[in-house]
Design a binder for this molecule. Structure first.
Ligand code: PLP
Length: 463
């Protein structure tokens, strides 16, 4: 007889195997449900009278089965209270998530991640709770593919205030991180008849792959200490740039180059895609506004919560010039009909409450201290280390002195069980520079000192 009950949140399907005594069958069904975790410690069982009626057995059968399982330690009963599941001796404990995944490396300074242990969980829960309470039902529906109006309003204000972005909520499209934004932008460019796009060399290999997957030919654009260098001669009419903090070399795009790129795309009917991935974390006193503010008609700006909060949120935002807006919105609608509404609403509330600003300010101090500590480790080990991209972000590049290869770095790092990133995979073709991309954002705060100690030993071993 299959029986289901829903009682204080317990929804259990019990099926008594045929051909045995009812009592033995009930005992064994309950044992099995407890062992395989369908019934967990503390879950209440139905009153014996109720279960007996549902199973079509006498109440005595259920009372005896419960008593037997109490004696075996599977159940717990107190006079006047419901019988509930006990943690039976010898049963496997329910799996509890470990605080850290089992580390493969003793320490991790790889490029690309913020300190995930610093995620503002309390503030996020507050924001999400408020969003849950205050959001009208209608906002849970498939809405505007651009995203929640509330979030787009918050973003328009925030980006104007903090990044000098010129926009209205109507031009903002919420997306699943920079990666999706880039994909949607490339699709829109293709729709405009643009067939190739310039990407900085070096840049993230994933970004090359995304542009290529969208059907665009990828053209390398040289990078020096002033950032991307506008190409001479025939060149694509669209470019992906990281003006605030070029990834991975860390240059800030110089003012004359900003003007040159902006003028070029304005004149040719092209576009710039601005990757503003870690601009919240700028350490020198010189704030660098978004390039978008210089040419709002020609720059498609993309920001992300992947560095300021966590990459797992998959939350990003695009500010789209009018000429590309319809195409981007349609590409987003086709891709997934819009980004998860609760993440959007919680983030909108986080910005509205000021908790996002507070978190960013706090993390800026943390990352600045970490950057200073990396620089101190390198400075204490001789003057030969040229370090790039120190003004912002979550990483620096330590350029390798002559005679040291990236393989030497990996060999020394392996001895220290330290995970590191080098420049090699970022180049489109032949490497122009060898270096270590030190992702000082990655370790959890309490692991950072250990990571730096190991990093120091790696540097020592290279000399
Ligand atoms: C240069 C650059 N852009 C963008 C991103 C963010 O990508 P997403 O928002 O898709 O997580 C990263 C993350 O590592 C990055 O390094």
């Amino acid at each position: 007889v299959p029986v289901s009950w829903t009682n204080s949140g317990v929804d259990l399907h019990l099926e008594l195997p045929p051909g045995r005594g009812r009592r033995a069958a009930l005992e064994s069904a309950l044992r099995e449900a407890i062992r395989d975790g369908r019934l967990v410690a503390g879950a209440p069982l139905p009153a014996s009278r109720v279960l007996a009626t549902q199973l079509g057995v006498s109440r005595g059968v259920v009372v005896e089965a419960y008593a037997q399982l109490v004696a075996e330690g599977y159940l717990r009963s107190r006079p006047g209270a419901v019988t509930e599941i006990a943690q039976a001796p010898g049963l496997p404990q329910p799996a509890t998530p470990r605080p850290h995944p089992e580390p493969k490396w003793a320490a991790d300074l790889r490029f690309g991640r913020p300190d995930l242990s610093a995620f503002p969980r309390q503030a996020w829960v507050r924001a999400l709770r408020r969003a849950m309470v205050e959001t009208p039902h209608v906002e849970l529906g498939p809405g505007d593919p651009r995203g929640s109006r509330q979030l787009r309003e918050q973003l328009a204000g925030y980006l104007g205030r903090v990044r000098g972005v010129v926009t209205t909520p109507a031009q903002i499209v919420v997306c699943s991180g920079f990666s999706q934004g880039l994909r949607l932008a490339c699709e829109a460019l293709g729709g405009m008849g643009i067939s190739s796009v310039g990407l900085e060399d070096p840049c993230l290999p994933d970004h090359r792959a995304v542009a290529a997957a969208a059907g665009l030919a990828v053209v390398p654009v040289e990078v020096d200490r002033d950032g991307a260098r506008p190409p001479t001669g025939a060149a694509p009419s669209a470019f992906v740039l990281g003006p605030a903090h070029q990834a991975p070399l860390g240059a800030t795009l110089a003012t004359h180059r900003r003007i040159e790129f902006a003028t070029r795309v304005t004149d040719t009917g092209g576009f710039l895609i601005e990757d503003d991935y870690d601009a919240e974390f700028r350490f020198d006193s010189r704030p660098v506004g978004a390039l978008q503010g210089l040419a709002p008609e020609s720059v498609l700006y993309i920001g992300t919560a992947s560095k300021s909060l966590a990459p797992g949120l998959r939350l990003g935002w695009m500010v789209v010039p009018p000429a590309l807006l319809d195409a981007v919105v349609e590409a987003k609608r086709r891709a997934d009909r819009g980004t998860d509404v609760f993440t959007q609403l919680a983030f909108a509330q986080l910005v509205r409450s000021g908790d996002f600003d507070r978190h960013v300010r706090r993390m800026r101090q943390v990352y600045r201290r970490r950057r200073d500590a990396v620089l101190a480790v390198l400075a204490s080990r001789g003057p030969a280390w040229d370090v790039l991209g120190i003004a912002a972000g979550l990483h620096v590049v330590a350029v390798l002195p002559d005679g040291i290869s990236e393989d030497d770095v990996f060999a020394a790092a392996a001895k220290q069980s330290l995970a590191l990133t080098t420049l090699r995979p970022f180049w489109h073709g032949e490497p122009q520079l060898r270096g270590i991309v030190v992702g000082y954002g990655t370790p959890y705060e309490h692991d950072y000192a250990e990571a730096l100690t190991r990093f120091g030993r790696v540097i020592d071993a290279l000399r």
